[in-house]
Design a protein around this ligand. Structure first.
Ligand SMILES: [Zn+2]
Length: 81
């Protein structure tokens, strides 16, 4: 997955609320564990793919990469624990 796609998926994770800023320091993003937000992230990734934003990858690859972004997110803030 190229860096451009990775960056776009990171933004989608933030916009959808699948990852949220740490409430204490605000410096790090952590996984919200919000099923609705995660569903929204996959829908946004699918729509971006349909819009032709990720021409280098298949829809399946984009959704797998979106999943990686979400499950790789920190469960706790690395700074605040
Ligand atoms: Zn923090």
């Amino acid at each position: 997955m190229n860096a451009h796609v990775q960056e776009a998926l990171n933004e989608i994770a933030k916009e959808s609320g699948a990852v949220v800023p740490c409430e204490t320091c605000g410096n790090n993003y952590i996984r919200a564990h919000d099923g609705d937000a995660e569903s929204k992230a996959y829908a946004m990734a699918t729509n971006a793919w349909k819009d032709g934003n990720f021409r280098s990858a298949s829809r399946e690859e984009i959704l797998a990469a979106m999943k990686d972004v979400i499950i790789d997110a920190n469960n706790e803030c690395p700074s605040c624990g």
